[in-house]
Design a protein. Structure first.
Length: 276
């Protein structure tokens, strides 16, 4: 493993390596649903026992990335000089995928990564620099990162793979503060299926050697929709459907669970908030 960067991440931060692996494996496929060369670069640059996560074929993290990319891109088309704030970004490579998009024209959008110091250090060591990208080495729950955001041209906040690991009061406080500080902005987050909350709170095992950390925060589809009534400044709530995956059976399942309300408890929640 000579020449590779050794990483020593634990707890929730270690999940960044798992999601990275899923995206990179998908991007390597000739029929992959996600074009993510930077994810491949990161996996190839890191000295880590990725096999501990298990090798089951899965598309979930790639599908999640596609959904977040789609709605971030939509906002940037309307607000080309906006700031995207990626909370607890981990080893996501969203900026590089969006920056490669022809849809965004002049590419004037700016990016702020907010994450804990060890993750920021890793990103600085392994990812290319860009004068439109800034990094803030602190917890997303330390709201002083908001002082670094110039909201004049719009703000799009992503909490991809974050809120589920927070305590409920922490997650709701973060949403509340974002709504108060960034009127006209948007925020997007994802949560595990509400019907699997008991399992999520214990931590899901992906292999004999790895268990995902407990996820104490969940919302049902209805509870997420009700944020428009319970959090001041939330103007609209959108239940975001999954993007199409690979395979007719998977796509039939995705289509079905998104459209039959009785199945809401067994599908992940992806929510887009508009602040006003």
């Amino acid at each position: 493993m000579t020449g590779k960067h050794t990483v020593d991440l634990t707890g929730v931060s270690e999940t960044a390596l798992m999601t990275l692996l899923v995206r990179a494996k998908e991007a390597r496929r000739p029929d992959g649903i996600l074009d993510d060369p930077m994810a491949i670069h990161l996996v190839d640059s890191i000295d880590y026992d990725f096999a501990k996560f298990g090798w089951a074929k899965r598309q979930d993290m790639a599908l999640r990335a596609l959904v977040f990319d789609k709605h971030t891109r939509r906002y940037l088309v309307d607000h080309p000089r906006a700031t995207v704030v990626a909370l607890a970004e981990g080893l996501q490579t969203s900026f590089y995928r969006l920056d490669a998009s022809d849809v965004l024209g002049s590419h004037e959008f700016r990016w702020l990564t907010v994450d804990l110091p060890p993750m920021i250090e890793l990103r600085r060591a392994l990812l290319p620099t860009c004068d439109r990208v800034r990094m803030c080495a602190q917890s997303a729950l330390d709201f002083s990162w908001m002082d670094q955001v110039d909201a004049d041209d719009g703000v799009f906040i992503t909490a991809e793979g974050l809120l589920m690991y927070l305590q409920p009061e922490e997650a709701l406080s973060l949403i509340t503060e974002c709504a108060a500080r960034f009127p006209g902005g948007q925020m997007m987050f994802d949560l595990p299926p509400s019907g699997l909350a008991v399992l999520s709170r214990r931590g899901v095992r992906t292999s004999r050697r790895y268990r995902v950390p407990p996820m104490p925060f969940t919302l049902s589809v209805a509870e997420a929709a009700d944020l428009v009534n319970t959090i001041p400044g939330v103007r609209a709530v959108h239940d975001v459907p999954s993007e199409p995956g690979r395979g007719a059976v998977l796509n039939a399942l995705l289509w079905t669970v998104q459209r039959i309300p009785v199945l809401d408890p067994v599908r992940p929640v992806i929510t887009l908030l508009e602040f006003g």
